[in-house]
Design a protein around this ligand. Structure first.
Ligand code: NAD
Length: 480
């Protein structure tokens, strides 16, 4: 078997210790790997590289397309960019996959039957980092959900379920409130689910879904959700398993995979020899399945399960009466290596196929053409008076069919006929709509803005309003 080159980075804090442990186990398992080491993290940030990864390291990553990464310490203070976000975005790692499993009765948990996988969209949503300060008092973030981005994550979730013999996919969103962005996420889920009749599907609102994960995790199999909800719910789920330190995760792109532990660099215990290497070991098992070395993956996973089952535990999961021996990083590593070839007796043994390349997705569906008509514009303004005073001033600038329709503040209608109790901040949204159903011309909007500018009105933003196939591509304000 030819060796598969992979890029590794030892990171910071406990990173080097848990990476050395993982590499030792990989070598002992007979996995056919060739390691290329790159430097990432604190030292690189401190050399003045704002994203914590040396420019030369990209060459190795692009060539091997497989990255086993130890945690890093993110420096505090401004000017630094998240290394994880940079790597995810640069390499198009659109899916984050996090299995959350309980190992009852060997690791303490209130939920013995938990075995779920969270598939989190990794590139879009509020993590696009598109934020604005709009006025003295108002800040805003833009949530971006695209049809192709959503189609890809939904298909990945169903393909993952099929490949891993999972029976159900649950989509979580908040489309009762964000009807357009989360609404698309839910709609595309339904469309893709229809192509997988062999897999059960359901949708839950994220708040009740998160509560259920915390209380009845056994209800779930595969969960697919957006970037922000996925970030939160995967920590809830990891906590419910009984030990965040035991989680591995993968970030998957069309032809790239990054594999890591869920936890951070634990600077508080760095150098003490007590770190649990399990998160990175489980990450490396996901890596082996991704590159088609299923035999080595099964061998390591079963040895690891047997070690846990035999009660050989690091300090943070050690429990009197259940654990047999308290070990440090080295002792745990040795115990796993000694058990290579053995299978767990109580926990379920693992068997991975030798299929390389991970999950292959079919090409995206062709886009469905829609008719688009400009029907108005929303203009943002700073204003320090009342809504009625603002409306009076703006009405003097309106001289054609593009009429002032409503004024809203923080999303709530305040004119006409606003409620006196509504609190108003200093950034206002004015909605202008053509009152005769005619398509609005860009030149009309520019002329309106010109007249408002002459009247000393202070813009913060403008957004064109469109109907798509006759349906509004914008939401109405609360109270409208
Ligand atoms: P952390 O996960 O590093 O530590 C939280 C607690 O869990 C600590 O008490 C720690 O000792 C313990 N812990 C974590 N992993 C352990 C292990 N393997 N064995 C035993 N105990 C373990 O989270 P934090 O303290 O919030 O963050 C520390 C640093 O890690 C920060 O700089 C943070 O930005 C970074 N971080 C990096 C990544 C990553 O690189 N993927 C992820 C999360 C946090």
């Amino acid at each position: 078997m030819t060796k598969t080159p992979i890029t590794i980075a030892k990171g910071d804090g406990i990173g080097p210790a848990i990476m050395d442990a993982t590499l030792e186990i990989l070598e002992a398992s007979g996995a056919q790997l060739e390691f290329e080491e790159i430097e990432i993290g604190k030292a690189v940030y401190e050399r003045g590289v704002p994203n914590g990864i040396e420019p030369g390291a990209w060459e190795s990553l692009r060539r091997t397309k497989v990255f086993l990464k130890a945690p890093i310490t993110t420096p505090q203070g401004g000017g630094f960019k998240s290394l994880n976000v940079t790597v995810r975005k640069s390499l198009g790692l659109f899916a984050n996959v996090r299995p959350c499993v309980s190992y009852d009765p060997f690791v303490k948990t209130n939920h013995p039957n938990m075995d779920l996988v969270i598939i989190r969209e990794n590139e879009e949503d509020l993590y696009g980092g598109i934020e604005y300060r709009q006025s003295r008092d108002v800040m805003a973030s833009l949530k971006v959900i695209s049809r192709p981005g959503t189609e890809r994550i939904m298909r990945y979730a169903f393909e993952y379920a099929r490949a891993n013999n999972r029976k159900k996919v649950t989509c979580m969103s908040k489309d009762n409130i964000m009807k357009i962005s989360d609404g698309l996420f839910h709609q595309v889920f339904d469309e893709i689910a229809a192509e997988y009749p062999d897999i059960e599907n359901e949708h839950m609102i994220i708040d009740i879904g998160t509560a259920k994960v915390a209380n009845r995790p056994d209800m779930f199999d595969v969960i697919v959700t957006t970037n922000l909800y996925g970030d939160i719910i995967s920590d809830v789920a990891a906590e419910v398993t009984g030990s965040v330190g035991l989680g591995g995760s993968s970030n998957i792109g069309t032809d790239f995979g990054m594999f890591e532990a869920v936890h951070g660099s634990a600077p508080d215990i760095a150098g003490a020899g007590i770190a649990n290497p399990s998160g990175l070991i489980l990450g490396s098992i996901m890596m082996l399945t991704h590159i088609g070395q299923g035999d080595a993956a099964s061998k390591i996973h079963n040895a690891w399960l047997k070690t846990i089952e035999d009660g050989i535990h690091t300090g943070e999961i050690y429990r009197e009466g259940v654990s047999k021996e308290k070990v440090g990083t080295e002792g745990f590593t040795k115990a796993v290596i000694e058990r290579l070839g053995a299978k767990p007796e109580k926990l379920t043994p693992k068997e991975y196929p030798n299929i390389a390349g991970g999950i292959k997705l079919p090409p995206l569906k062709d886009p469905v053409e829609v008719s688009k008509k400009r029907v108005g514009v929303d203009l943002g303004l700073n204003w320090y008076g009342t809504a009625d005073e603002l409306a009076d001033k703006v009405q003097t600038c309106v001289n054609d069919n593009l009429k002032l329709h409503i004024i809203s503040n923080r999303g709530t209608k305040v004119w006409p006929e606003g409620q006196p109790e509504t609190f108003c901040a200093d950034n206002w949204r004015l909605r202008f709509i053509a009152d005769d159903g005619q398509e609005v011309k860009t030149s009309q909007v520019i002329a309106l803005m010109h007249r408002m500018n002459e009247a000393d009105l202070n813009f913060t933003k403008s957004v064109m309003l469109h109907d798509f196939d006759g349906k509004p591509g914008y939401t109405v304000a609360q109270g409208e």
